[in-house]
Design a binder for this molecule. Structure first.
Ligand code: HEM
Length: 298
């Protein structure tokens, strides 16, 4: 199999084999490296985005596909949080410029799209496989352990003084809160996270060990990374998502059934995400690519 993780099968009938790859991220306290490759910035080429169906036609290998979606949906979120973190870091009090606000808005929406994409796993499969693997990694495994999320938590909590002046950003943050609550309630109807079910409680300081366990679960390695490398990891995952969605649809055919996440009763705020996963992620990728993040902390 190729190292790219996507084995394109050309006869049109076989499903693509989707295998998550390692994600390389800088330690949260480190700026992105300025390597010679960063000089090759330039305008990213326009991408042709394929369309995809909400309901997939071909039966899928559920183990392989939903593992891929769970890992890669998280990895893409880590990159988007990291891109946002560099703006937030630079503007603790004063408002970022228009371009940076646009970047933040696009990344928040990109993260919402990844929440939806990851949570397309059927509920029974999630409880039998995905959640079991997380519990084995640690009994109170939690999103609060995500190293790249902590620096942008304030934004998601509406705590940055300038964020309320940007209507688009406000709407994206609201959409994100609705999406996280919706997918959490969809997959775990009793609403209790692993952290809440175990002895741990939210708000406890996160140890380095827990951060490492979290990174390790999502195949994430911390080491120096340049802006160009960060963007290229985002772009290659966008391509993989496009391959997946065009073949399998957002809601794959699992043994003849589909498991929609967003239904007629769902919040209106989420509905555009159903058809817009690739578009939203493409926009975030373009803006991250165009921003010289390595300069932000200089
Ligand atoms: C699709 C993947 C998911 C991602 C990327 C994700 C991400 C996160 C993040 C970053 C936090 C920290 C929020 C903060 O500190 O303010 C969090 C907290 C939380 N998440 Fe999720 N989440 C996901 C799925 C779920 C699911 C399926 C549930 C179902 C119970 C859930 C329930 C919770 C709860 C209750 C919290 C509060 C803290 C805790 O008890 O762990 N999330 N999530």
């Amino acid at each position: 199999m190729s190292r790219r993780g996507v084995e394109q099968v050309t006869n049109g009938h076989c499903p693509p084999v989707l295998v998550p790859r390692l994600l390389f991220m800088p330690p949260t306290s480190h700026a992105l490296e300025t390597w010679p490759d960063a000089a090759h910035g330039g305008e990213p080429a326009a991408r042709e985005l394929p369309g995809y169906d909400a309901f997939g036609a071909h039966p899928v290998d559920a183990q392989q596909l939903f593992w891929f979606r769970w890992i890669v949906g998280h990895q893409v979120s880590f990159v988007l949080w990291r891109a946002m973190c560099d703006v937030v870091w630079r503007h603790p009090d004063d408002s970022p410029g228009e371009r940076e606000l646009e970047l933040l808005t696009a990344c928040v929406d990109g993260y919402s799209a990844m929440l939806l994409y990851s949570s397309t796993v059927p509920r029974a499969h999630y409880h039998a496989h995905t959640r079991v693997r997380m519990v084995l990694q640690h009994p109170s495994f939690s999103g609060t352990w995500a190293p790249d999320y902590r620096p942008v938590r304030k934004l998601f909590r509406g705590k940055l003084p300038w964020q309320h002046d940007c209507a688009a950003l406000e709407e994206a943050v609201a959409r994100n809160g609705v999406t996280h609550d919706h997918i959490a309630g969809h997959l775990v109807p009793d609403g209790r996270s692993l952290l809440q079910q175990s002895a741990g409680a939210p708000g406890v300081t996160v140890s380095r060990e827990k951060e490492d366990l979290y990174d390790n679960f999502f195949l994430t390695i911390r080491r120096p990374v340049s802006h160009v490398e960060l963007v290229s990891q985002l772009e290659s995952r966008l391509e993989e998502l496009a391959t997946d969605l065009t073949h399998n649809g957002l809601y794959p055919n699992v043994g003849g059934r589909h498991h929609p996440v967003v239904s007629g009763d769902s919040d209106e705020l989420m509905k555009p995400l159903v058809t817009g996963v690739l578009e939203v992620l493409d926009r975030a990728t373009r803006l991250v690519s165009e921003t010289r993040l390595e300069e932000v902390r200089s």
